[in-house]
Structure formats: C-alpha cells, structure tokens
Write a protein that binds this ligand. Structure first.
Ligand SMILES: Nc1ncnc2c1ncn2[C@@H]1O[C@H](COP(=O)(O)OP(=O)(O)OP(=O)(O)O)[C@@H](O)[C@H]1O
Length: 230
C-alpha cells in the first residue's frame, strides 16, 4: 500500500543543507494501522508532508497504491491526493459556515458525484462514526471529540487507499482520546481502512498494530509491537 525506499530529506537554510531524514525504508501493508512515533523535532511532520505529497523528497521514493508520487507533476499530485489519500488533522480543519454533513461531503464536491449520492454517503459515514444525529449542526456546536469524528468521516468519503492522521488526539482529553482511538481501531478492523497515525504519545502508539519510531531523522530498527518483525 505504502512503500518508502531510501527516503532522505534536507532543508536548505542559507548556504547550508540541514539533513532531517536519513535513508528511511519501510512498508505499510493494506489494512494495517501503524503509528509513526517520535519526539519533537525527530522529523515526523517532514515525513508526513513527504508521504502526503506536499513536498518533494531530496532523495528516495514514495509509492502509494502502486503510484510513485515523487515523480508526479504538481497537478497530477493534487488530483492523486484528492482521490487516494485521506487526512485527519490535530485541529480538525472543519469549515465553520458549513454544517457537519456539508463538511463531510466537501471532498466529493470536486468530483462529479450527484448531490443525492454525496448526501447519502456522508450520512452513512456520520452514522459509522456515531454522530449522524449532529449532521445539521455547525462545527462550533460540537465538542472537540465530535469535531474530530466529523473530520474522520470527511477523510473517508473519497474511499482513500490510505489515511494519514497527524496527532489526531493532540487537542483532546484522555477519555476522549481513548474514544477516538477506539473509533480508528474499529474502522481499521471492521472496514479495513489503512491508517498511519503520527504521534508523540506512547499511549496512542501502544494501541496500534505496529510502531515505527523516528529519532533524529533515523528509523529505529526492531521497534515492533506484539513481537512482530518487519
Ligand atoms: N522548512 C524548514 N526549514 C528548515 N528546517 C526545517 C524546516 N521544517 C522542519 N525543519 C527542521 O527539521 C527537523 C524536523 O522537524 P519536524 O517538524 O519534521 O519534526 P517533528 O517530529 O514533526 O516535530 P514536532 O513534533 O515538534 O512537530 C527539525 O530540526 C526542524 O527544525
């Protein structure tokens, strides 16, 4: 599903290149739920931006569902992101003047899908994430955990190959964090959604099937849960 090969990235500051990621190689298989764990500055956001096609790597390759994204033109990549990748953000990134259902439908508005089908798919996802009864409310009328459920439903509406979640519980209290992770696990186990969850919290990472740990831009080997290797 996701294959990263010898991926390196440096930022140019003035005359100097600052290496941030060093020859990372790993795979995430379809249906897996993987945590990308690392402390502040370890390179998580950089890696996420590269995997999401928001930046081009200095070296190496990133293949999603068989497509080498580092080779795509900007236009092709924008289209690929819209159709193959789902995103969940720490701060939800919902649109305040759209209702919950309209927020969930939004990624489909850019595709030629009939309004009735958009509505039906959004309501089905809102049911699945447990907030169908909130579909006509606005984001400001919901709790943080409910807003993140909207954002999760929105990330799934295009039926993406993979969903990247960037600190999805970073703004939530411990109880709500556990509920959101329960929901992601449920979507993974029962709907086969492939997730990569970026986090600096061991508590979150511990609940995934597999942990990839970054330290100072290097992937630590052999840091797997349940005695798995890979
Ligand atoms: N645009 C940039 N230009 C120069 N250096 C950068 C840039 N973006 C990030 N860096 C550096 O790259 C390193 C990794 O940063 P990154 O944001 O990927 O880490 P992170 O693990 O996501 O941290 P955090 O959890 O705090 O968000 C840091 O040393 C940072 O200063």
């Amino acid at each position: 599903m996701l294959a990263i090969e010898r991926l390196s990235h440096s930022f140019r500051t003035g005359q100097e290149d600052t290496p941030v990621l060093h020859e990372l190689s790993f795979r995430v298989e379809q249906g897996e739920m993987v945590a990308l764990l690392g402390s502040s500055g370890s390179g998580k956001s950089t890696l996420l931006n590269l995997m999401a096609g928001l930046m081009k790597p200095t070296r190496g390759s990133i293949t999603i569902a068989g497509h080498a994204i580092e080779k795509m033109s900007e236009n092709r990549l924008a289209e690929f992101r819209r159709t193959h990748i789902g995103f969940i953000f720490q701060s939800y990134e919902l649109i305040a003047h759209l209702t919950v259902r309209e927020n969930v439908e939004l990624p489909l508005v850019f595709q030629s899908i009939a309004a009735s089908e958009r509505k039906q798919r959004a309501l089905a996802l809102l049911e699945q994430v447990g907030i169908r009864d909130k579909s006509d409310l606005f984001p400001s009328q919901l709790s943080g955990g409910q807003q993140q459920r909207v954002s999760i439903a929105r990330s799934l509406i295009t039926k993406p190959a993979i969903v990247f979640a960037d600190e999805p519980t970073g703004n939530l209290d411990t109880k709500t964090e556990a509920e959101i992770i329960d929901l992601l696990i449920d979507l993974n186990e029962n709907s086969g959604i492939t997730f990569v969850i970026v986090t600096h919290e061991h508590e979150v990472a511990r609940r995934t099937q597999r942990i990839l740990q970054l330290r100072d831009g290097y992937l630590l080997e052999g840091y797997e849960q349940d005695g798995e290797t890979g």
